[in-house]
Design a protein around this ligand. Sequence first.
Ligand SMILES: [Mg+2]
Length: 227
Amino acid sequence: MKLILFDVDGTLLRCGVQVRDLFTGALTEVFGGHAPVDGFRFAGKTDPQIVLELVRPLGLDDGAILARLPEMREAYRRRLAAGLERDRMELLPGVVPLLERLAERDDVAIGLLTGNWQATAQVKLGRFDLDRFFPFGAFGDDGVDRRQLAPVALDRAAATTGRRFAPADALIIGDSHRDVDCARAAGIPSLAVATGFATPGALARAGADWVYPDLERAAREHPLLAA
Ligand SMILES: [Mg+2]
């Protein structure tokens, strides 16, 4: 039995530029402003980490920012739920057939490992009815540093499936060097897809165990996914 943990943005779907405006709108609502986002790299960071990095320059200390995270999460969730347009999003190649096949297999369990807050991941996934595939996950609610999320995902998998997975029996699938770093820190193998902002070369240099152009190719060629 294997455990497969999926990232969301750049791995299963892309929200496009609209999500940046929804996020910064919530920052302005809650904190009164934010640092410039031109050139800011969101990829692979947890939502709380993004909030900290964009709000610290306003002069607030981390304690003050963290205290208002629940308010920020709710403001962002509300804006996403009302404003995230499916037509401006992209469901990435091979995702639905792969998840459908994995859901039917009794030798794998699948979950999420994403920097999104749980409530906002649900909105994004819900636009393509993908949330039905993921009975558990680790989220931005569980830590500021993505590395904190892998042990949480293993615990949630155990709680949900009744089985404790060794790191070597898990696989983290993501699109950024931070997904790879999170996997390596936990001793979990990583599969990287170049459907986000990172190139295949950068993902290989980050130490990904497998790199594919997209999940469609991974589904055909990766030994566990293609089994
Ligand atoms: Mg991602």
